[in-house]
Design a protein around this ligand. Structure first.
Ligand code: KIV
Length: 286
C-alpha cells in the first residue's frame, strides 16, 4: 500500500517535474476506486451539488453536505490526500467564519487541506486559514461559485485585461500563504506563466498542460453527469450507458420472471422439508 502523500511530497513532485493526478470523489466506493488506481489527491468538490445532489449549481451546497461527503471519501481512501471544498457562504462572511469552517473540515472529516475560490477578494480569508495551521489551496480563473456574476461557465484570462485579474489573483493566493493553487478554465499560455512565476504547486482543471498536475471531475470523465460536458473534459467511460442498460435488463428480468433464479434464493435446511411442510399446513387453518 502506498504511503499517504503530504505537502512536502507535492513540493518534491513539483521539483522533480512529476505530475499530480487529481480527481473529485464524493462517496465511499468512488474514493476506494481512486485510491486503488493510485490517485495522488482527491477533491471532495462542492460540485457534489450538481454531480450527486441534482442541484443546478453549487450555491445550495452546505457545510454539513460537504462534511458528510468528506467523511465518506476519507473512509474509502484512508491513504490518499483528501481536500475539502469550502462551499458558498462558508468563508465569504468573515475571516473568523472562514477559519471556523476550515477547522470543521479538519476536525470532523479528517481532510488534509481545504480549497476556496477567489484570489484578491478572499486574500484575508486565505491568510487567516493558513495562519490557523490548516493547509489551504486557492482556486482562481473560472470559479463556479461566482459563475452567475461572471455570466456563466466561461473561460477566463482570454484577453489581456481579463488575464490581469487572473494574474493578480494568483499573486494574492501565494502571498496569503496558500500551499497550492488550482487554475480553472484559462489559456495554457497564462497557466505556463503563472506556473513559472509562483513557487507553490500549480494545478489545472481546463487550464492546459504546463503546470504540476491535472484535476478532473469524476462524474464528467466517467460519463455519468448528463447536463453538460465542458470542453476540457476527456471521457474515459460511459457509466450512464452501462448503468442504464443494467437497470433495463433488470426491469425486463423482473417483468418476465427471469430474476431471481434458483442460485439467488435461500433453501429450507436439508432434512427438515417434511416437518416444514407440516408446519405450513398448520398455518393454513389458523
Ligand atoms: O467543486 C469542484 O469540483 C471544484 C472543481 C470545479 C475545481 O471546485
Amino acid at each position: 500500500m502506498a504511503k499517504k502523500k503530504g505537502r512536502l511530497d507535492f513540493l518534491e513532485m513539483k521539483k522533480n517535474n512529476e505530475k499530480v493526478a487529481w480527481i473529485t470523489a464524493y462517496d465511499f466506493p468512488t474514493a476506494m476506486f481512486a485510491e486503488a488506481a493510485g490517485m495522488d489527491m482527491i477533491l471532495v468538490g462542492d460540485s457534489l451539488g450538481m454531480i450527486v445532489l441534482g442541484y443546478q449549481g453549487t450555491i445550495p451546497v452546505t457545510m454539513d453536505d460537504c462534511i458528510s461527503h468528506c467523511q465518506a471519501v476519507r473512509r474509502g481512501a484512508p491513504n490518499t490526500f483528501v481536500m475539502g471544498d469550502m462551499p458558498f457562504g462558508s468563508y465569504q462572511i468573515s475571516d473568523s467564519d472562514a477559519v471556523a469552517n476550515a477547522v470543521r473540515f479538519f476536525k470532523e472529516a479528517d481532510v488534509d487541506a481545504v480549497k476556496l475560490e477567489g484570489g484578491v477578494r478572499v486574500e484575508s480569508k486565505l491568510r487567516a486559514i493558513a495562519e490557523s495551521g490548516v493547509l489551504v489551496c486557492g482556486h482562481i480563473g473560472l470559479t463556479p461559485q461566482s459563475s452567475g456574476p461572471m455570466g456563466g461557465f466561461k473561460a477566463q484570462g482570454v484577453t489581456p485585461e481579463s488575464a490581469r485579474f487572473v494574474l493578480d489573483d494568483a499573486l494574492a493566493v501565494e502571498r496569503a500563504g496558500a500551499y497550492a493553487l488550482l487554475l480553472e478554465g484559462i489559456p495554457p499560455e497564462l497557466t505556463e506563466f503563472i506556473h513559472k512565476r509562483l513557487s507553490i504547486p500549480v494545478y489545472s482543471i481546463g487550464a492546459g498542460l504546463p503546470c504540476d498536475g491535472q484535476l478532473i471531475i469524476c462524474g464528467d470523465m466517467l460519463g455519468q453527469f448528463q447536463a453538460f460536458t465542458p470542453k476540457f473534459v476527456k471521457k474515459y467511460a460511459n457509466v450512464a450507458e452501462v448503468v442504464t442498460n443494467a437497470f433495463k435488463n433488470y426491469v425486463d428480468d423482473v417483468k418476465t420472471g427471469k430474476f431471481p433464479e434458483d442460485q439467488h434464493v435461500y433453501h429450507i435446511r436439508k432434512g427438515c422439508e417434511t416437518e416444514y411442510a407440516a408446519m405450513l399446513k398448520e398455518y393454513e387453518k389458523k
